[in-house]
Design a protein. Sequence first.
Length: 265
Amino acid sequence: MKPLLLPREHGAWGMLLQPFLAAAILSRQWTWLFFPALLSVLIVFIMREPLLVLARQHSVWREPRPESEIARRNVVYETFVLAICGVALLTQVPVAVLCALGIAAASLSALALYMTMRNKQRSVWLQSASAFGLSSSALLASQVGRGTLSDYASWAMWAILSLHFLTGIFLVHARLDKRTGKPTAGVMQRYALFCIVVSLACGAAGLAFGDARILPPLWLSAVISAGELWWMSRPASLKEPLKRVGWRALTASLVHTAVAIIALW
């Protein structure tokens, strides 16, 4: 049995790490505090899995299971490391900012735990909240790198990436629902189309109000997502292996993040 319990949401890793790295690069300076900041972001996310095991042991399983002891050790070690990271971050990050980000992260983890215990971990609304919550790792990286949260580029990066991730979530659900013949496929497609329209509108608004920087990543996201919607309408797309779809989405997400960095630089 593995000594370290990790969450199984593959897409969530990208939603967590890409915004952090993007904001760190965008800060244009290096500080050793990026290490404890990144480690604290990872630990808060990773800790979901052992906490879930302990919750199931308490509420669902009748007999003690071996993974419960591993989960307890994970929680103890991860809490200790998280405390060390917090102390390190307090040398640069104001207490109020660190507490606010910590409370937001803890609230999202508690929501994910609650929904998973009720077998609703694949809820589109939970995943939608995660798109914005996990992407807020960019705000911590910005605070550490720039020493402030008042920087426009940091918030723009968070919003741009969150909207792209949200659109991708609706596209994934639309594809899965179409493959299984669920009537909600059309609803998910309309949600994705709405996000595409929002991306186009926000990009145009940025251009109209004198900030053309946000247009390239927003419109790129819209074009990529519109392409996926079109491909999804073709019968051949339903036979496409999901692994290939996942790799394509990851590649598009990385390219989109790179464009966002360049645009906001």
